[in-house]
Design a binder for this molecule. Structure first.
Ligand code: ADP
Ligand code: MG
Length: 323
């Protein structure tokens, strides 16, 4: 593993203008991502965790190019990609793929498995002959535990776990180096989740893949992640090696998330979140976004926003009081 990042974001911001109320002059803007800096190392599983609405999907979509940033930069292997047009980006799109949360929605219901898988090859690898493309499809079906006989069948004939294998096969068919996996197991039966996680791990080991792995479930991260970024209201609150984060969490928000993991294996997946409501991302609080829910917040936390800074244990935390 080298230290040169495969994917990097600098000062990434995404804002969504919202519809204006007809009686109001205000133009509300939702701050989905605020100055997000990540540097993902080749071969790692970089996990992004946080409650629903904190910006995880927006980060994945912006890196992959499905969402344009409002400000900031995205780099792939040192090359800036967020400003590229569709033609310039085409050779990079085969290297960066995404697996979506819901395999019931992400596969075209009218397209059989072969057509679903061959489409990215035809589009992004026009140099491949028809027979090479067929071989490639068969190879990824085999690698992802899909039966070759599935090729002529439609998505509705498959279970959730089988569909997610097909979606993973589709992401792999162009032989990418980097995959955004956006909550790839959260729509699946608990009994299937481990199978899909193991498949992702095996594929990573076999193919040297780098993952941006998005989840709201910290217990998954402990076994899967190399490093973890904890997000809150569009910001990274803590970034650490997985072992460090789980043994010595630095940010009060991370500490609360960890306390919320049930100690019993197989506990409920609808685990309680830290008490209190998420602030409104249209009107974020002036200081630390977590201050309104933070058990140790002081006056400074409500007025001055903490920057992400390096701590003695090697982690980074955006908290005035960490350490
Ligand atoms: N296309 C959009 N238009 C307006 N708001 C959006 C859009 N996409 C996401 N958002 C908002 O951006 C915030 C972050 O969303 P998202 O990235 O989906 O969070 P997560 O994946 O962590 O649940 C949320 O407040 C969400 O409502
Ligand atoms: Mg999401």
């Amino acid at each position: 593993m080298t230290d040169t990042p495969i994917v990097e974001t600098r000062g990434l911001e995404v804002r969504f203008p919202l519809p204006t109320h007809f009686l109001s002059r205000e133009k509300p803007v939702l701050h989905a991502l605020n100055t997000v800096d990540v540097a993902i190392r080749p071969g790692e599983s970089f996990c992004v965790v946080g409650e629903s609405g904190c910006g995880k999907t927006t980060l994945g979509r912006t890196i992959i190019g499905l969402q344009r940033p409002t400000a900031g930069e995205v780099y792939f292997r040192g090359k800036r990609i967020d400003t590229m047009d569709e033609t310039e980006r085409k050779p990079i799109r085969r290297d960066m793929q995404m697996v979506f949360q819901n395999p019931y929605a992400s596969l075209n219901p009218r397209r059989n498995v072969f057509d679903t898988l061959v489409e990215p090859v035809r589009h992004l690898m026009p140099e491949m002959s028809a027979s090479e493309a067929r071989t490639r499809v068969e190879e990824v079906l085999d690698a992802t535990g899909c039966d070759p006989s599935w090729q002529r069948r439609l998505p509705h004939e498959f279970s959730g776990g089988q569909r997610q294998r097909i979606a993973i096969a589709r992401a792999l068919v162009t032989n990418p180096a980097f995959i955004v996996a956006d909550e790839p197991i959260s729509a699946l039966d608990v009994s299937i989740q481990a199978q899909i996680l193991n498949l992702l791990s095996d594929l990573q080991a076999e193919r040297g893949l780098t993952y941006l792995f998005i989840t709201h479930d910290l217990s998954v991260v402990e076994h899967f992640g190399t490093r973890v970024a904890v997000m809150y209201l569009g910001r990274i609150m803590e970034l650490a090696e997985t072992a460090t984060l789980f043994s010595r969490p630095s940010h009060p928000y991370t500490q609360l998330l960890l306390e919320a993991i049930p100690k019993l294996e197989g506990g409920s997946f609808d685990r309680p979140h830290p008490p209190g409501e998420l602030p409104d991302p249209v009107n974020p609080p002036p200081g630390c976004p977590f201050a309104p829910r933070c058990p140790i917040a002081v006056a400074r936390c409500r007025s001055e926003r903490p920057e992400l800074r390096k701590l003695k244990n090697g982690a980074e935390a955006a908290c005035h009081l960490a350490e």
